[in-house]
Design a protein around this ligand. Structure first.
Ligand code: ATP
Length: 368
């Protein structure tokens, strides 16, 4: 079912203009799409999900399901399945009764509701646990019961509120794959709220990045990562985070370059900034994996002094400073495990294939 949010505002305290948990949100989710709302704590993710569920009313703006305005439709009439972070299972009921509960609420006869509960439990592979109570289940099993319950009534929309945050790292990966597979098979339009960027990027068709109640960027994972729309998205996404270095745009004979206190980088013709930007203050953004080690003979090599080397397993994270300490902080570079580099070394690094970003430091961090 297509979901449309139009200029949604939610102020918990109507008196305070600044107190907007959600501040003019526009979002369109296609039928069958898997979308993540991702952002730091307090950015308005849960508030948005609660408004979709009908558990909170927007202060202003409209929510449409399949073209129909649902602002005033009660939660029980929205045909939504929801999985909460806590799973919210009924402790006194068996797994069978938990899964059948939403069906019984809709007056489905008991035998039929139990049959459906059994079918759902098979899909999420817990059909051997139907007679147990939630306290007799592992976290992963409880999570599956919550999924089965949410999907039992064949919802138009599935809402997931940090559904994997109580699982250990390994189980999380398995459950993540299972949720994605199940969602694809059933084709149910799904929205997940998470603060875990790896999870959001791995599982979703599109991700909406929120900050301060506003959407910063909405698009497929590779686009958000490769073409961040502003400084917030650039610095929020990526682990280890993007290096951001202060600089200026210089122009000489029509050639543009970003000049920092330690080095300068020519901007390739294909990415030339339109118009004249000479003297404009910018932030140069370079991801750690887009920096590589080179040697002193490389004319584009930038000399750095290694401060710290962290072993990540898949590689080494090198943290270095420029010898004159002019760049204003540590530069992070991802090197192979084979790279021979240790604290105190002088190294030379260069940017891989012109993979850098330039953000306008004045205009709200826009990507130039
Ligand atoms: P988290 O990841 O920490 O759960 P979130 O992105 O889900 O954060 P929300 O829970 O939507 O954020 O909160 C958005 C803002 O609204 C926060 O500033 C929060 O303090 C505020 N807020 C949330 N619930 C209420 C409430 N019931 N009354 C007043 N303010 C609230």
């Amino acid at each position: 079912m297509v979901i449309t949010l139009r200029n949604i505002v939610k102020a918990y305290d109507n008196k305070k203009e600044s107190g907007r948990a959600v501040d003019g949100l526009d979002l369109e989710i296609k039928k069958g799409e898997f979308v993540a709302l991702l952002g730091p704590s307090g950015c308005g993710k849960t508030t948005t999900l609660m408004m979709l569920a009908g558990l909170l009313k927007p202060t202003s703006g409209e929510i449409y399901f399949g073209g129909k305005l649902v602002n005033h439709v009660e939660p029980k009439d929205r045909n939504i399945g929801m999985v909460f972070q806590s799973y919210a299972l009924y402790p006194h009921m068996t797994v069978r009764d938990n899964i059948a509960f939403p069906l019984r609420e809709r007056k489905m006869p008991k035998a039929q509701a139990y049959e459906r509960a059994k079918d759902m439990s098979r899909i999420v592979q817990i059909d051997h646990l139907l007679d147990r109570k939630p306290a007799q289940l592992s976290g992963g099993q409880q999570q599956r019961v919550a999924m089965a319950r949410a999907l039992a009534k064949d919802p138009d929309i599935l809402l997931l509120d940090e559904p994997m945050s109580n699982l250990d790292a390994r189980l999380k990966l398995d459950v993540r794959d299972e949720i994605r597979k199940l969602q694809r098979e059933l084709g149910v339009t799904t929205i997940i709220v998470t603060h875990d960027q790896e999870e959001a990027l791995a599982i979703s068709d599109r991700v909406a990045i929120l900050n301060g109640g506003k959407i910063q960027q909405y698009g497929p994972p590779h686009e958000l990562f490769g073409e961040p729309a502003n400084l917030f998205v650039a610095s929020f996404l990526g682990n280890p985070p993007m290096n951001l270095i202060e600089g200026l745009i210089m122009e000489d004979n029509g050639v543009q370059a970003v000049v920092t206190s330690g080095f300068s980088l020519p901007i390739p013709d294909a990415r030339r900034l339109e118009g004249s930007h000479a003297g404009k203050a910018v932030r140069l953004g370079i991801r750690p994996h887009d920096l590589r080690l080179t040697d002193a003979s490389d004319p584009q090599g930038i000399a750095m002094k290694v401060d710290l080397v962290e072993h990540l397993g898949s590689g080494k994270l090198v943290k270095a400073v420029d010898p004159a300490m002019k760049l204003g902080g540590m530069i992070r570079l991802l090197a192979d495990n084979e790279a021979r580099v240790q604290a105190g070394d002088t190294i030379y690094m260069r940017v891989r294939d012109d993979k850098f970003h330039v953000f306008d430091a004045a205009a709200n961090g826009l990507n130039l």
